[in-house]
Design a protein around this ligand. Structure first.
Ligand code: IVH
Length: 672
């Protein structure tokens, strides 16, 4: 394909993919299959890597992330980002409404919207193209997090339709959808990692991540709530929001009552009451309702205080709270031995569900609240998904109540619990004898993200353990059809599936096997890093704490945990048996052949066309020699590997940042 052909194909694909993206994410109405979409995306990726200078800045390929931002530049907002005055009282909403009506002495119309509990963002479009996305910051200036916001599928990269002002800012809220948040925490739980406390803080933390591909994986979403431009888009707020919807922005649904025009305080109250009740059915968190004067001229008449507009107010919902009796405290044992206390409550109705249990986190929490069995406690469902106990109604405490005594022994195996310095959690140290830990570890081992053993589910593990057929994960590979067939609910077919699944798992690559064996704090990412750095389990086993800590992003906590794992004979014995069974405990030699660390710590950007290697070959060579590839030149780049027809902007950027530009033969010498 020549350059002209490539340009027209790249333009076409960029346009079509953006359209499909809009249909899928904003309209929830896909017009092609995922498979077809992926094929188009792959075609575009390939063309962009052959002709990097033709790639659009806002290409759909950027939606999967990959750009690394070292430091987010500070940007001054074109329009200050104000906040809203808040109120928890309906009287104040009534006052707000009558004040607004008096000041303007006219017919009033208000717009009621949801108050999304996320992170505010201002997205600037120039000639309909996404230009940058900036956080609220201090209201006057914020951080440019464009690379991360590009990965959010409901943010259009190019606006569609007509009457789009040449300069335009869309303001809205980025949030973590609840299903995605719960899935993320489930994954972390499986990896024995600390859970994220609430969706809002996690969204905010995610957006500050320097690696946009991580942001892309998380699946954040957004709704817009304001349109700013020097040119007139509409005469009122409501119409401006609908207009932005026509341009392809993600706007609240009119038919679902997420945005509503109201003419009276009664209608406003109806909206508030409706959502106070219904908010728990949404797939995202809201912490209230925002009421805005609709007409732009009336808004100007009402004006602003130093921090917030006088034409808008937020009514905040009280966190749903009830009191009930704390009947008992039980303790859950995780697969890593971590103990979590759980409050068992007299059943109460809270925020649309019946609550019988609440999380207590750890012993410090119980001590801080001075919780006692029989107490009337406050239970709240706030930012967190699992209800929590927030306090005690002391006026109702029985005179003979006794201070709470935290468990000394494991509820499952009666071993004395331990608590390490600096850790909040108690642990059951009996990892080789505590049945819950043993079963939990095996359930983790077979799970989808680990060994993905088809035919064996969590219940099968339970059953096999109870039947005495397995005591550790290595026992799984000794199972025989004759042992399985007599068991309950085991047809010939299921036995076949189990044995087949076990056999297939022997092909699972080392990094996943390493994750599967369940070393505390070694989640998927850490396992990948360790595997790629050390290449085999033997090398990891032989590594000192210091050597482990030399690996990118591995700190003392993880390093100590890895050491502790391999210092335990039981673990070593299990690993050896799994090895004999044929599981992958190293990266195969052919993948490692000519692997060196000549380029360790160096980051490369490849641009242009080369004489002796394709770009993919060069990328592979860089990785094989321990270097890193990235897409765009930044202060972090060590070398710009330049071929023919390299984009001029890359060269200028490299020159400005003092990044060394090298040729294909310079590179060959480096790895020779
Ligand atoms: S309007 C000048 N509308 O609440 C008024 N804000 O306290 C600007 N928020 O920083 C804000 N949902 O992040 C507006 N429907 C909504 C909102 C909303 C959430 C957030 C926003 C802002 C904060 C103001």
């Amino acid at each position: 394909m020549n350059k002209t052909e490539a340009k027209s194909r790249i333009d076409q694909l960029t346009h079509d993919l953006e359209e499909h993206n809009f249909q899928y994410y904003v309209k929830s109405n896909p017009t092609i299959s995922d498979f077809e979409f992926d094929n188009l995306l792959k075609e575009l990726e390939k063309l962009e890597s052959e002709f990097p200078e033709l790639a659009h800045v806002n290409s759909p390929t950027k939606r999967v992330g990959g750009d690394i931002t070292k430091k987010f530049p500070t940007v001054i907002h074109d329009y200050p980002m104000l906040s809203l005055s808040n109120s928890y009282s309906k009287e104040e909403i009534i006052e707000f409404e009558s004040r607004a009506r008096k000041l303007t002495e006219a017919d009033m119309e208000y717009v009621c919207e949801l108050k999304y509990d996320g992170v505010a963002i201002g997205i600037k479009y120039v000639n309909g193209e996404f230009m940058r996305a900036v956080t609220r910051g201090d209201g006057t200036k914020g951080e440019d997090i464009s690379a991360n916001v590009r990965t959010i599928r409901t943010v259009p990269m190019k606006l569609r339709g007509s009457d789009i002002p040449s300069e335009l800012e869309i303001r809205g809220e980025i949030f973590f959808p609840l299903d995605r948040f719960l899935a993320l925490n489930k994954q972390r739980e499986e990896a024995g990692e600390q859970l994220y406390a609430n969706p809002r803080n996690t969204a905010s933390g995610t957006l500050k991540n320097q690696d946009s591909s991580l942001v892309a994986e998380r699946g954040l979403d957004t709704y817009l709530y304001g349109v700013y431009s020097q040119s007139k888009v509409a005469t009122n707020h409501y119409d401006s929001v609908l207009k932005a919807g026509e341009w392809g922005c993600h706007i609240p649904s009119v038919s679902d009552n997420m945005i509503k025009r109201c003419k009276s305080i009664e209608e406003i109250m109806d909206f508030i009451n409706y959502w106070d009740e219904k908010r728990h059915e949404l797939n995202f968190e809201i912490d209230g309702v925002v009421i805005k004067v609709n007409d732009f001229i009336q808004q100007e008449d009402l004006g602003y205080t130093a921090k917030s507009p006088r034409w808008a107010i937020a009514y905040k919902f009280k966190a749903a709270e009830v009191t009930t009796v704390l009947e008992s405290v039980t303790y859950q044992v995780g697969r890593t031995g971590a103990i979590t206390p759980v409050a068992n409550l007299a059943a109460v109705h809270l925020a649309g569900t019946t609550v019988k249990r609440a999380s207590l986190h750890n012993s410090d929490q119980i001590e801080k609240l001075d919780l006692r069995i029989g107490d009337h406690v406050y239970v709240e469902k706030g930012g967190e998904i699992i209800p929590k106990v927030t306090g005690v109604d002391l006026s109702k405490r029985a005179s003979d109540s006794q201070p709470f005594e935290y468990a000394m022994h494991c509820p499952e195996c009666d071993t004395l619990l331990v608590r390490k310095e600096g850790e909040a959690q108690h642990y059951c140290p009996n990892d080789s004898g505590c049945p819950t830990q043993i079963v939990g570890r095996m359930q983790h081992f077979i799970s989808r993200r680990a060994m993905d053993i088809e035919g064996i589910g969590a219940e099968t593990i339970d059953q096999l353990y109870k039947e005495g057929l397995i005591r550790d994960m290595a026992d799984l590979y000794d199972l025989k059809a004759e042992q399985l067939l007599p068991l309950d609910r085991m047809a010939e077919k299921s036995v076949e599936n189990i044995l087949f699944g076990l056999e297939a798992s022997k092909q699972i690559p080392f990094e996943r096997t390493l994750f599967a064996i369940g070393i505390r704090y070694v989640g998927e990412t850490v396992a990948k890093k360790l595997a790629r750095h050390f290449h085999s389990i033997e090398n990891i086993k032989a590594a000192t704490t210091e050597e482990l800590m030399n690996v990118d992003e591995i700190g003392e906590r993880i390093a100590l945990s890895v050491r502790e794992f391999f210092d335990n004979e039981n673990n070593v014995a299990i690993v050896n048996r799994l090895k004999s069974a044929g599981l992958q405990f190293e990266i195969p030699a052919d993948q490692l052949a000519d692997q060196t660390n000549k380029l360790e710590g160096l980051t490369f950007v490849i641009s242009g066309v080369f004489d002796r290697h394709s770009r993919d070959e060069l990328k592979a060579l860089i990785e094989k020699n321990g270097g890193k590839n990235t897409g765009s030149v930044s202060a972090k780049t060590s070398y710009l590997l330049a071929g023919e027809g390299m984009g001029p902007s890359k060269r200028t950027k490299a020159e400005n940042l003092g990044v060394q530009i090298i040729s294909e033969s310079d590179f060959e010498q480096m790895i020779d």
